[in-house]
Design a protein around this ligand. Structure first.
Ligand SMILES: [Zn+2]
Length: 427
C-alpha cells in the first residue's frame, strides 16, 4: 500500500557549495509518497493527499522530513570504547582500539556489538554507513547480517593489517586477499549491501599486503576501497620511515594500485600539493571526521579549499575515534572547525554534506542521500524543537535555516522523531 508521510520537506536540487542555499527545496507542508520502498512522488501535502486518497498517512506535523543521514566512515567495532580518555592516534590504537578489536575473534561478541551499533545509529537518524570491521571475517558477517535484517543500505569491509599490530590482530598479504575476496563474494551486491576493500592504513600494512589488495580491487573495480590518509603529523612521519621510497603518504597507496575512482580516504588533513592534485585527478573521495579530529587532536580539515577543488567530500563520525554517534553533532563540529579556518559553513551546506555529500563520496548518490522521485525511501523526521534550549531559539527563527541551525548545533538523538528504511518505519 502507498504511504504518505507529511511534514516540512527538505531536498536538494543542486549543490549548495556551488549555488548557495537556493540549491535546497523546502516546503513547509510537503509530503513524500512511498511505494514499494522508493519515493514515488513528492509535492505539497494537500495535493498528494487528494491524488492518493487510499495512501496510509503519517503526519509528522512541523517535523522536518529529510533523507536519512549517511555516515561515510565508522568503525563499528569501536562502539564500546567511544569516549576513551587522553590519547593521540597511535597510542589510541594501542591502548584502546587494538585490545577491543581483539575481542571480535568471538563471533558472538561481533554480533552483540553490531546489533548495538545499528540500534544506536538508527536512533540518531543514520540510515546508511560505511564501516571498517576488524581483521576477523566474522566481524564483517556480523555487520552485514545486522544491516540486512534491518533492510539497510550499508557498506563495510574486513580491516587488513599485517604489521605493527599485536599478536592475534594480524593477517598476511595472502590471507587478507583470500578473506576479503570470500567476503566480497558473499556480501557484495546482496540486498542493499556493498563490500569495501579495507586496508586500515599504511603503517599497519606491508607494501606486499597493499599490493595484494590493489590486485583484488583491480579484479573487482565496482567495489569501493577505503583507508586512512594523513590524519596526524606523527603518523605521517612514521609512514615516511616505513616507506622511504614513497613521494608522500598518498604514494604508498598509489604505488600499489589503491588510488582511483572509488577510493575513499578518511581524514586527509595534512595533504601536500601533490596529494591534492592526484586525489582530484584520480576522482577519489575524502571523508571529513570533525569530532574525531578535535577529540584525538589531529588538525583542521581544509573544507573550503578541498570543496573548491571539486573533490567528493563526505562527512562522518569516525566512531569511536569520534566522540558521537550523531551526524547532527558531527555537522556542528564541522561548522566549528571551518570557523577556525575562517569559513562559516551554511546550514544547507552542512545538511548536504551529511546526506548528499556522503552519498556522493560513497558513490551511492543515485540511490540514497536525497528526497527525489525514484530514490530509496530512507527518511528521517527531525523535531526542530527537541529540547527547551533548542525550541526557544528555533521559535524565533525567520526562515528554515535559522530554525534548523539550533538543531544542528545543539541537537542529538532526541531530535530524531522518525526513521524510515526502504519505506518501513523503524523508529
Ligand atoms: Zn577511522
Amino acid at each position: 500500500m502507498d504511504q504518505l508521510v507529511i511534514g516540512q520537506t527538505l531536498a536538494f536540487a543542486g549543490d549548495p557549495f556551488v549555488e548557495g542555499p537556493t540549491a535546497a527545496r523546502h516546503s513547509t507542508r510537503g509530503a513524500v509518497l512511498i511505494r514499494q520502498g522508493r519515493i514515488a512522488e513528492m509535492g505539497e501535502a494537500e495535493t498528494l493527499r487528494a491524488a492518493h486518497p487510499q495512501a496510509a498517512v503519517t503526519d509528522m506535523g512541523n517535523a522536518l522530513l529529510s533523507a536519512g543521514f549517511i555516515d561515510a566512515h565508522v568503525h563499528y567495532p569501536q562502539t564500546g570504547i567511544i569516549a576513551s580518555w587522553g590519547k593521540r592516534l597511535i597510542d589510541w590504537l594501542n591502548s584502546y582500539t587494538f585490545p577491543e578489536e581483539m575481542r571480535f575473534a568471538d563471533p558472538a561478541y561481533s554480533t552483540e556489538v553490531a546489533e548495538r551499533y545499528f540500534d544506536l545509529a538508527l536512533a540518531h537518524g543514520t540510515t546508511s554507513m560505511c564501516s571498517y570491521a576488524t581483521i576477523h571475517p566474522a566481524s564483517v558477517d556480523a555487520f552485514f547480517a545486522a544491516a540486512q535484517s534491518r533492510g539497510m543500505r550499508a557498506l563495510a569491509g574486513k580491516t587488513c593489517m599485517d604489521r605493527n599490530a599485536p599478536d592475534g590482530l594480524r593477517d598476511t598479504p595472502q590471507s587478507a586477499y583470500d578473506d576479503s575476496r570470500r567476503l566480497l563474494e558473499r556480501w557484495h551486491g546482496v540486498d542493499r549491501l556493498s563490500y569495501v576493500i579495507t586496508p586500515r592504513f599504511s603503517p599497519t600494512s606491508t607494501p606486499e599486503q597493499l599490493m595484494m589488495l590493489g590486485q583484488l580491487w583491480r579484479e573487482h573495480p565496482d567495489c569501493l576501497m577505503q583507508t586512512h590518509l594523513s590524519e596526524q603529523t606523527d603518523e605521517i612521519e612514521w609512514v615516511k620511515s616505513l616507506f622511504p621510497q614513497a613521494r608522500d603518504y598518498l604514494d604508498t597507496y598509489e604505488a600499489q594500485g589503491l588510488l582511483g575512482e572509488g577510493a575513499v580516504y578518511g581524514h586527509a588533513i595534512h595533504l601536500t600539493a601533490r596529494e591534492r592534485d592526484r586525489l582530484r585527478e584520480a576522482g577519489a573521495s575524502l571523508v571529513h571526521c570533525p569530532t574525531s579530529n578535535t577529540f584525538i587532536g589531529s588538525g583542521i580539515f581544509d573544507m573550503a579549499g578541498l570543496v573548491a577543488s571539486g573533490l567528493r567530500i563526505g562527512l562522518a563520525t569516525d566512531t569511536g575515534g569520534g566522540s558521537s554517534f550523531s551526524m547532527l553533532r558531527t555537522m556542528a563540529a564541522a561548522y566549528e572547525l571551518a570557523q577556525l579556518r575562517g569559513t562559516a559553513l551554511h546550514p544547507s551546506q552542512l545538511w548536504w554534506l551529511a546526506t548528499v555529500g556522503s552519498a556522493r563520496a560513497l558513490r551511492i548518490e543515485e540511490k540514497v542521500g536525497n528526497l527525489a522521485v525514484g530514490m530509496e525511501a530512507d527518511l528521517v523526521a527531525i523535531d526542530l524543537g527537541s529540547t527547551p534550549a533548542i525550541a526557544q531559539r528555533s521559535g524565533r527563527a525567520a526562515d528554515l535555516w535559522e530554525a534548523l541551525f539550533p538543531t544542528i548545533m545543539m541537537g542529538d538523538d532526541r531530535a530524531v522523531a522518525g526513521v524510515w528504511i526502504g519505506g518501513k518505519r523503524l523508529g
